[in-house]
Each structure stands twice: as structure tokens, then as C-alpha cells.
Design a protein around this ligand. Sequence first.
Ligand code: VGL
Ligand code: ZN
Length: 208
Amino acid sequence: MRALLLVDIQNGFCPGGNLPVPDGDKVVPVANRLIDSGKYQLIVASQDWHPPGHGSFASSHSGKQPFEMGELSGKPQMLWPDHCVQHTVDSELHPELKADEIDLIQQKGENPHVDSYSAFRDNDRDASTGLSDFLEDQGVTELDVCGLATDYCVKFSAIDALDMIPGVKVRFIEDASRGITAEGVDAAIEEMRARGIEIIGSEQVLEA
Ligand code: VGL
Ligand code: ZN
């Protein structure tokens, strides 16, 4: 069974949002074509869902600016602008995303003391969201991953999928994803490829 994981396609990561990914909104029409393709038996979206004052926010660390390194629970942490705060417009899925077709929305990033780039578990790997068990129980053998941002949440989600769902094949859909920096995207793609994740374009899904 083939599933699609749409990572963090939220207002906060699109132009006008609090942590905008360049051209982040451009993934929406591509994601919608994938959703409508009929190629997926299951469609899951992740949603970055931070409480106000989350420890990954620079504003929670005195004297720190966004995009500086800091520390969270004793570990190095990239400090972000306040973003995707629960129940704000910034945290909502992009309004043009075909949300009616999404079977499950997996929220993440609720623990103020640890960041959670992956849709599957916190960065310290202590707490899992339950998504890998759900996908395993559903019999998912092929998982396509795309969304925002390639160099953070998409990469960590794709690699964790491979590590946490027994026997799954994972593909990254490049044109349905955007990253924060060009260098970060190149490194993320290399890392995913090295781990055995196939890098594909949406046309490979649509034309299959
Ligand atoms: C993300 C930074 C902080 C992402 C989430 O969705 O890639 N990046 N929170
Ligand atoms: Zn976040």
C-alpha cells in the first residue's frame, strides 16, 4: 500500500508566514495534483504545532536572534522566529491545499523543551508521535514524502520513516518540496540519497 506524507505545508512556512521558505507556496499545486492522482491509498499531513514560548523560538532566549545557534535542554538548537503557534493562522495548513482529501493530520512540536523536525519523533528521539505505528498498521510499504522544509522537517521525516517503518520504501518528491537554503537542500538530498531514499519528480508519480 502506497501513502503520501505532506510535511508542514502551513502558512507559517509560505511567503507571508513567520518562517517563510522561499517559494514555499509553490508546492501547493504540485501537492494537490499528487493528492488528486489516485495513486495513494492513504494521505497524511504533518503540522508543526508549537505552544507559545516554545524553546526553539529565539524569543524564548534572552539576547538571541532568529537563525542563531542556541541551546535547548542542553543540546545545540537552531533558534527560529516564533512560528506555527497553536491555533494561529500561521499554524494552519495552506488554504489552497486540498485538505478534505487528507486522512490524518499528525501534529508535532508540542513539547516546549525539545524541537521536533520529524513527523515521527522528537529531535532527542525520546518521544514518538505514533505515526510510524499507524502507517505500519495500515500496511504501508511505499511512502512518498514532500513539503516544507526540505532541509529540516522533510529530510528528518523521510529518514525516520525509513528507520521506523519496517520494510518501507521511501521516495522524496523534489518538485513538491522547497527548503530554507539552497546549500541545505543540496546536503539534505545527498543525505537522503545516501540513506537509500529515492529522489523523484512528481511526474514520476503522475505518469506511472
Ligand atoms: C521546520 C524549522 C522549525 C520545518 C519546522 O517544517 O522544516 N523548520 N520548525
Ligand atoms: Zn517548528
